[in-house]
Design a protein around this ligand. Sequence first.
Ligand code: C2E
Ligand code: MG
Ligand code: MG
Ligand code: MG
Length: 294
Amino acid sequence: QAKLAGKHCYRFYSRAMDQAVGRRMQMESDLRGAWERGELSLDYQPIYQLADGHIVGAEALLRWKHPEHGMIPPSVFIDVAEQSGLIDLLGRAVIARACEDAARWVGADDDEEAPFIAVNVSARQLRSGDLPEVVAAALADSGLPPGRLHVELTETTILGDEIQAGALLARLRGTGVRVWLDDFGTGFSGLSHLRRVPVDGVKIDRSFVTDVLRDPDDLALTSAIIAMAHSLGITVVAEGVESEGQHDILRERGCDLAQGFWLARPMSAEAMRQLCRAGLRGYDAEPRLDTGSY
Ligand code: C2E
Ligand code: MG
Ligand code: MG
Ligand code: MG
């Protein structure tokens, strides 16, 4: 299309493209060593049990505070880390740090189970094949029991590679680590994946939750996912719960767990630790927590 518009225009587009490529390369070089320089950190977003409002876990979310450009969202830099291969080292560091942090989370009540930590794992990390070893090392170093580590994968991560991914995930689950399917419902063949890939739970994508009160189709799909998951004996988390109404209808429909800004924003490891110590109570007992800085 640029070519059709004439030579002048073509040059403009190619220069814009050079800039995009240049920016990407710059970001890649900035990202190299960013963990060691302390620019990257993990925030934790609590995950609540809908039946009683208790915190049962948290998701680790990577944050990059660039010295010049400020906060850069993972939706921008994870992709760069993935394509450049930096994700291998970064991913290890994330798993190790998340396990270390979570090992310090204990409830005020001894009978209460300590919360799990859910870590996002990208396609390349899974494909590198040594994920079970990386995970085993992180668990051994931190002393975190395997059952308290959850790994989140998206449908696209396992797409086209279901047999191999399935074998790897089975190995992981054999050690006691739980596996979750993230952004569930956005792929085209979510149901058939569940036949081939052994998982412990699914996270209903935010896009369904957003309109669950307004759009009957989204409510129907959400309810269907919950029913299907339960018939397979797996747990359901709703992500992106931003209002009380969404929360109430998800609870009413039997969704097991939920996370979202209405419940709690992502927060520092220390804030998460304190929240756990405060008694593992969630939104029913305490006013809304808003310790995030975003
Ligand atoms: P995700 O795994 O689906 O994570 C959930 C995202 O939804 C997070 O965005 C979280 O901050 C956001 N969120 C939670 N509650 C709400 C809500 O109520 N409303 C809205 N609008 N958003 C909400 P974040 O932190 O920007 O992360 C984006 C994605 O980046 C993640 O999606 C995940 O795919 C990826 N990511 C983050 N950290 C890591 C990591 O350590 N490793 C890898 N491989 N990917 C990561
Ligand atoms: Mg996730
Ligand atoms: Mg998600
Ligand atoms: Mg997502």
